[in-house]
Design a protein around this ligand. Sequence first.
Ligand code: NAP
Length: 257
Amino acid sequence: MHVLILGGTAEGRELAGLLAERLPSLKVTSSLAGRVAAPRLPSGEVRVGGFGGSAGLAAWLRENAVHLLIDATHPFAGTISRNAAEAAAQAHVPLLAVRRPGWVQEPGDDWHRVDSLADAARVLPGLGTRVFLTTGRTGVEAFAGLDPLWFLLRSVDPPAPGLPVPARLEVLLDRGPFTLDGERELLRAHRIDVLVTKDSGGGATAPKLAAARSLGVRVVVVRRPVPSPGVPSVVDAPGALEWVRKRLHDPRPPTDA
Ligand code: NAP
């Protein structure tokens, strides 16, 4: 049986590891978009690069005799998740999504929820002057033109050359997991008064929220895109392992998760 994991996340890597360890007779392929120059690789086979839309993914599923498709991509990777839903339906392959829960506001948080990076850029000038931007290098152009503000962008790779970026921008190349002490120190050292984040959820990058809370730093939280309807989901890799186990014992097309 062949399982394709659409990855690029900690959950995708964890799931590939769990399947290799617990169900070694399965063939497992992890798929990465190829956005990061030196990605953390999951165990097992890995393919890199787009499929060419939902039709390309459906063709890949057929040509590679994929039995189960698991969408373990990031909650903000909305296009590939939509493509996965369409391709799974076209190729008649059962699909499961791994959707980590979003973050929950706690007492002491000063959060401002917005629908997009463009909306985040619109509200920022009223919230602070020294911005910690943790929404990734793609989309940084949404903040170009906010010349009075100073930005610290933290990303795995630098922004693509040629893209418009804020005039006063410092780039910090780093990737999680991060610690509360480290995040607090970073916010203090750069005199950050507002933080911008996607509602990514998960533990690896959550300490920035606790650090912001403890220092009274405002937080702009970008809401998640709405997931495709009708796709069964679990919240973590162990949940996906159980789903695969069930499918092994009953490989008929599923009617539920
Ligand atoms: P996206 O906007 O949903 O997808 C754009 C295109 O990239 C897709 O149409 C697909 O190309 C290709 N693609 C995306 N994920 C892929 C995968 N796992 N394997 C093969 N092709 C993939 O995605 P994105 O937001 O740019 O994210 C790209 C990757 O980075 C995802 O795998 C995601 O898990 C990871 N990631 C994203 C974020 C984020 O904030 N968006 C954060 C952390 C990690 P084709 O149409 O040609 O197939």
